[in-house]
Design a protein around this ligand. Structure first.
Ligand SMILES: [Zn+2]
Length: 247
């Protein structure tokens, strides 16, 4: 997906924050979003504001190191995490962080989520699992996140919440929704005897389909606004193709 004009990105970021709040994935001042700009800098949600109240005008403009260039508030303390993702993933232009209750329950309990995977489509959409990055205080090392974000599009932040990435606002949002949905499924499955993993060989085929679709860390960097947008992957079709071809 190409980088859109800042005016459009501001509107989409504001709408994304309001959707995240409406879904109950944040409370108080929780959660944040940042967006890569064509200039090399970033847009970011302001700190200490409910996500219900983030307007297009309230977004901050940051330079390549995260210093505030314009906007009336400070940047959130977790921006170093976002910056680490942008550095590691040239294909990513949106980073979304929230505290959806069920997935965050996994993050604070230390129970692994979708590991091993128990459904096919999320492997293509998110990666081989939703790894948990060990707890780190705001502003401390980002090494844990950097070590896993090359291969997956969603992570649990230990004792904290969830972080998803995408080439556009909708993709980052849908990945957050999927992580929370998987957490709810896994919680129910555990009451029924535990989820049964899908075969390892199928996971490998699905990961090949993911790579072929240009999803994940191997994806192409985001082209300039002059280039045509990349096609959106049809995950269901990729899953069907991958499993049919190898069975
Ligand atoms: Zn948080």
């Amino acid at each position: 997906m190409r980088l859109l004009p800042e005016e459009v990105l501001r509107r989409e970021a504001s709408q994304l924050c309001q959707r995240v709040h409406a879904r109950g994935w944040v409370a108080n001042h929780d959660g944040n979003v940042s967006i890569r700009l064509e200039s090399g800098g970033f847009l970011a949600s302001p700190t200490a504001v409910s996500k219900a109240d983030v307007s297009p005008e309230s977004l901050l403009v940051l330079d390549t190191e995260g210093k505030v260039l314009s906007g009336g508030r400070k940047v959130f303390s977790e921006f170093a995490l976002h910056l680490a993702v942008f550095r590691a993933r040239p294909d990513v232009s949106w980073v979304l962080h929230a505290h959806p209750p069920t997935a965050t329950g996994f993050a604070v309990s230390g129970e692994a989520l979708f590991d091993p995977p128990f459904m096919a489509e999320p492997v293509v959409s998110l990666g081989a699992c939703v790894p948990t990055v060990a707890y780190a205080a705001p502003g401390s090392s980002t090494a844990g996140l950097e070590s896993v974000i090359a291969d997956v599009d969603a992570v649990l932040l230990g004792n904290h919440g969830v972080l998803t990435v995408g080439s556009d606002a909708e993709t980052a949002y849908l990945r957050m929704e999927l992580v929370e949905h998987l957490a709810r499924i896994q919680l129910v499955a555990r009451q029924l005897g535990g989820p049964r993993p899908i075969p390892t060989e199928d996971v490998e085929k699905l990961l090949e389909a993911r790579k072929k679709a240009g999803l994940g860390g191997g994806a192409r960097p985001i082209p300039s606004a002059a280039a045509p947008p990349a096609p959106v992957a049809d995950v269901a079709a990729l899953v069907q193709e991958a499993l049919r071809r190898y069975r």
